[in-house]
Design a protein around this ligand. Sequence first.
Ligand SMILES: *Cc1c(COP(=O)(O)O)cnc(C)c1O
Length: 425
Amino acid sequence: MASSDDLHRRRSSAVARGVSSMIPAYVSSAGGGTMTDVDGREWIDFAAGIAVTNVGNSAPKVVAAIKEQAERFTHTCFMIAPYEQYVAVCEELAALTPGDFEKRSALFNSGAEAVENAVKIARHATGRQAIVVFDHAYHGRTNLTMALTAKVMPYKQGFGPFAPEIYRVPMSYPFRDGGRDGAQAAAYATGQIEKHVGASNVAAVLIEPVQGEGGFVVPAAGFLPALAAWSKQAGAVFIADEIQTGFCRTGSWFASEDEGIEPDLITTAKGIAGGLPLAAVTGRAELMDAVHPGGLGGTYGGNPIACAAALASIETMRELDLASAARHIESVARPRLEALAAKHPIIGEIRGRGAMLAVELVVPGSIEPDAAATAAVAKAAHESGLLLLTCGTYGNVIRLLPPLIISDDELDRGLTLLEQAFATL
Ligand SMILES: *Cc1c(COP(=O)(O)O)cnc(C)c1O
């Protein structure tokens, strides 16, 4: 097998520089809570391919379903000749997402595509145009979703002009907003909407229940219910982007459940299909069905192999009760992180929910972000064989996103490597 160094040389003259990789090692195989590179080195996986392989890499049921489906047919295009697997995924989504009302779903290839379609549906159903998003939001890299995303570098720099009718309002970020409670933060945000956009112009309020790329920001309790209530009052569609939080990651099937909210539309992707590209918009039947036949779709959306993988992933999540597994991961990891914070004044806050945990790094005694120290911790972790991601508007958040099937032993080894990485500071 070619070495990582060989592959890296080939890559440099074949792959565009704009597509970068976190580590210089090339993957040979992965499963459970580990990954092995082509040089035979083992890594502990605290990334899950960015919250995708919740059921683990090459989960047995997912592999079997993919093989079986690949042998029957690989593609017909659901808009041409439909098939059961697509329908079955939509039935599962209706059953699993919060809200005891009639629902419909449409399937796509990527998270960004799902978000774009949720916006299309909301605009069509309301006849309005304005979309409200939040500070630190991340919704994707296509033109519309770049406009919805907050952070300029690296996501938007030089890629304008951006789509119009997008309005950004303040997020509830308890560590950084002076400790506003959920109701105060929501009143502040909705006040801004009313002044700068006008409630009657708002097609949708779009929010990640726990922000992902923006820094694993968990809004103060009550913020999301207040926004949902305001949206209802305003006749706006409330959209939860659960692309990173969904499918057991936060300890529930969907993070919306943790706050008792029932979004009008939910976007999903990442954890849905054990690594195959699949995404969905699920929501109230009257909104989803407002769009005329032929108004939604795409060549590959709801590909049969991806749907088979999703059905097997969902079955695996149910069988292994991966929502409980996510809560178990938190019960093991959070005390270790809290102890780390007690030892290192550079840690400003430990936060997150379930297997979506974060460490925010600051100049001790302040809330001034320390991106350099964050990068140094990540680098030390990578050198020791831990796949560890950073995030945050200020680049100063370390995030833990292990596969939910990670063993206690692997989790312990990973946390030890993280502790050692902090010790190098
Ligand atoms: C990753 C992500 C997206 C974009 O998904 P892609 O599949 O990368 O297009 C959108 N929203 C959230 C919250 C995400 O985490």
